[in-house]
Ligand binder design. Sequence first.
Ligand code: NIG
Ligand code: FE
Length: 420
Amino acid sequence: MATILFTHIGQLVSVRPESFRLQGKQLAELPSLRDAYLVVEDGRIAEYGVMDGLTYQPRDFGEHVDARGRLVLPAWCDSHTHLVFAASREQEFVEKIRGSSYAEIAAKGGGILNSARRLADCSEETLFRDAWERLAEIARLGTGAVEIKSGYGLTVESELKMLRVIRRLREKSPLAIRATFLGAHAYPPEYLADHEGYIRLLVEELMPRIAAEGLADFVDVFCEQGFFSAEETLRICEAAWAWGLRPKLHVNQLSSQGGIEAGIRVNALSLDHLETLTPQEIGLLAAATAGATGAGPVATLLPSAAFFLRMPYQPARALLDAGCPVALASDYNPGSSPSGNMNFIVSLACIQLRMLPEEAINAATLNGAYAMGLGEELGSITPGKRANLILTRPVPSLAYLPYAFGTSLVERVLLGGQWM
Ligand code: NIG
Ligand code: FE
């Protein structure tokens, strides 16, 4: 594969000789170099430094990029999406404008169950093609790694169909992809009065097949009133661990009902959403992550779901001040966040969650990578890591990126040494 030399980089962002998950105050530090160079070799970061120390000649490289006035930063690592789906849900969007809530629409058979009905009728080929286009779009917007969940299947056949689509995406795409089994997204109507029966289907029928085919890296449960209780979440996660699936959970989106405690108990890699958090729960998260670097779950905030559903925003400041590892993700899905634009997520995090630009960028890159088990491979400018990079248009400063929300400042995206 070709070698690429970037020179005169206005600011090379998140240069880290060593990679580790960031927590609390560490997120405010975003080490960068001004007037820098960067060498990419065989799709990986080989070397970087300041221009004064450059000893190579551009002619020695397959490609030379003059990055004057521009930022080079790690591509976004979007650790929570549902981007395989059959149909959009703008009718529900209009119902919400007229006053219905997300929970009301769900209770009437809309929401996740609506998506599940549409997915059952959709061929694997169509699902793949549509998801492929969504991936291409987010790649152009700067995303280089993405976690994708099942959960619009809710039957053995449809859940496997979704996971096989994710596997095909993973085999073909230049993005790094991780797959999560979210069979416990909602109770299908025929199991509403038989939770036990559905949990048995997930645990006894689906998990062994998913493990046998190697279709998932993680397990997820929508732990929420009207969906899965904390006890049910515990049971599903304990069974999943036996198949090597580590939990990454939807908790505290609409209410507090024991998801945080359950997630900590099953050693979840991340606890996601967190629109509704009590001070006690923030204390539990902080205590769980206070030990060795990497211990306890990442708090993954999904601000666009709060934005889209007009919910209170996640208490990012309280989490950071308590010392928690915080990540940001898009939650790209047809019901609560029909966008996978991580540039907008970073802006929203700064504007509404009061995260500093440095904190938001760290949360959307390095900590996002750790929240999907890719922290040693992606998310920072570290020698040996995969060269998934954003090259911006000329910008006056780093803070300009979240500040100029809605303007596309991503000029080019390099994924594994290949331009998108
Ligand atoms: O993360 N909250 C649960 N799951 C998704 C939304 C699913 C849907 O409405 O289709 C979420 O917001
Ligand atoms: Fe989600």
